[in-house]
Design a protein. Structure first.
Lengths: 243, 243
DNA sequence: CTTGACCCTTACCTTGCGTCATAGCTTATT
DNA sequence: AATAAGCTATGACGCAAGGTAAGGGTCAAG
C-alpha cells in the first residue's frame, strides 16, 4: 500500500526502527499518521543509501548532527563513484584486449623475425607481449641484433626488480620509479603509436592478470605478481596521463 | 600470504569455486600454480564487482561469452554510477535546505505582511513554503489582495489534484503536466531568482519529505504524498532543465 | 457458514566472508 | 624428546535487509 512489503514492516518493528502505534486484539499492526511520516523518512534516507541503524540514529537522536552525517555520506558516495569509474575503464580495457587476443595469434608476432631470435625469445618465455603488436614488429626489425639483446637484458632486469618489489605498496615511489622504466621498455618493444600509449599500457596490465604466461618469473608463473603489476601500471598511467 | 584470508579459501572451497589441488594427510589444503592463477582471476573479477557465482560461470564455462558478460557488467556499473550521482545532488539539496531552515525562522517570512493575511495563511497551513524566501516576500507584497487570493486558490486546487494522482507513476504525462503547473505556482509564490530555480525546486521536493507539514492535505498529514511529490519534482527538473 | 484475501508468528535462505570454539598438526625452543 | 607457540581443519553462528514459504488466525462479503 505504501510501497513497502509487510515483511519490511515486520522487520522494522523487530529491530525497533518503526513500531506500530497500536495493535488490534488480533495482533494486527496499526500505524498512525506519525508512523507514516516516520516510514517516509526512513525510506528517504534508505534511498540515499543509509543503513537502517544509521537511520535510527538520525531519527531518534535530535542532537544528531544531520548535516554532518549527510556530508559524510556524500563523501562515501563520491568514493564509491570514483571506484566504479575506474572499474569501468578497467572493463573497457579488458574487453578490447580480449577482442584483440582473438584476432591476433601469437605466431603472427614472430613472423618476419630471424628464426633463431624468435626461438630464443619464445624459449625464454619472459618478455611476451606479442599481442596487439603491429608497430612493434617493424621497430624490432629495424634494430641491430646487439641493440636488441641489450634491450632484452635490461627489460629482464627491470621485470625481476619489479618482482622483488611485489610485496610493497603499488603506489610507493620505489615501485613507481621502476614502473616508469618498465613503461619505457614496453613502449620500445611494443612500439605503440603515440596517443594510445596510455590506454595500451593499462590494457597490458589487465592482460597480466588474464594470462599467467605474461608474468612468469624464472619460468615459474606468479599470478599474484600479475595483479600487483596491473595495479601499479594503472596507477602509473593515472598519475602520468590523468587517466 | 596471497592477500586472502584462510577463511576465504575455505569458503571458495566450500562453494566449489576454488578447490585445492591436493590435501595433505592431515587435511591441509595445498594449492598448485594453477590454483594460484585461478585465485588471481577470481580476485580480479571480484574487484570488478562480479558475484562469486558469476565468476564461477565465467571461469568454468569456456563457452561463456566473456565479452558480453563484461559489457553487461559495465552497464550495471554505469547505472549504479548514475544512481549515485543523483543521490549526491539530492544530498546537496537536503543539506542546503537544512541549513537554510535553521537560519530563517518562519516568523521572518510573515514579517512585513499584513497581519491579517499572514494569520490566514498560517491557519490554512497548506501552502507553506516560507523558508528560504527572500524574493518571495517582496513579490507577494507587490500583489493586490485579490491577485493573491486567486493565486492561492489555484495553487490549492493544483495540490489537491496532485494528491489525487499520487498513486500513479510519477513520470507519467498526467502527473508531469500537473507538476508543471505546480512548478509555476511555486515560482510565483516563491519568487526565486532566475538561475537557481531548478535547484530550488528540487530542494523543495526534498523538504516535502523532511517535514510533514508541507504535505498536509485537508489538514491531514500525508507523508507518502510527500515522497511522491519529491520524485515527480525531481523528474520534472531532470526533464526540463537536464539536472 | 464458507470463501478468499489479509494478517500473524516462526524460521530458514541469501552474500561473502569474520569470528569464535574445539581440536589436530608442525615447528621451534628447551 | 617434551613442550609450547603458531599454524590449520571443521563446524557453527553472525551480520544486512529483508524474501519466501509454512501453518494458522481474522475479517468482510456472499
Amino acid at each position: 500500500m505504501a510501497g513497502v512489503s509487510v515483511r519490511t514492516l515486520h522487520h522494522y518493528d523487530h529491530i525497533g526502527l518503526l513500531k506500530p502505534s497500536v495493535r488490534t486484539t488480533a495482533g494486527y499492526r496499526m500505524y498512525g499518521k506519525d508512523g507514516l511520516l516516520r516510514l517516509q523518512q526512513i525510506l528517504f534516507y534508505k534511498e540515499l543509501g543509509f543503513k537502517l541503524s544509521e537511520i535510527r540514529e538520525v531519527l531518534d537522536d535530535p542532537e544528531f548532527d544531520l548535516v554532518q552525517a549527510l556530508q559524510m555520506h556524500k563523501y562515501r558516495l563520491s568514493e564509491e563513484k570514483k571506484r566504479i569509474s575506474t572499474l569501468m575503464t578497467t572493463i573497457n580495457q579488458t574487453i578490447s584486449n580480449l577482442k584483440n587476443r582473438k584476432m591476433i595469434k601469437p605466431e603472427d608476432l614472430y613472423r618476419g623475425l630471424p628464426k633463431e631470435q624468435a626461438e630464443t625469445w619464445r624459449k625464454e618465455a619472459r618478455e611476451k607481449w606479442p599481442n596487439q603488436v603491429k608497430h612493434g614488429e617493424e621497430q624490432l626489425l629495424k634494430m641491430s641484433r646487439d641493440d636488441f639483446k641489450a634491450l632484452q637484458d635490461g627489460f629482464k632486469a627491470n621485470i625481476e626488480k619489479l618482482a622483488s618489489l611485489s610485496s610493497k605498496d603499488h603506489t610507493s615511489a620505489e615501485v613507481q620509479t621502476e614502473i616508469r622504466r618498465h613503461y619505457e621498455y614496453v613502449m620500445r618493444f611494443w612500439g605503440n603509436p603515440e596517443g594510445s600509449r596510455a590506454e595500451g599500457y593499462k590494457g597490458l596490465g589487465d592482460l597480466y592478470v588474464q594470462d599467467e604466461r605474461y608474468t612468469e618469473v624464472e619460468g615459474v608463473p606468479n599470478p599474484a605478481f600479475g595483479r600487483f603489476l596491473q595495479k601499479a601500471m594503472h596507477y602509473f598511467v593515472q598519475m602520468e596521463f590523468g587517466r
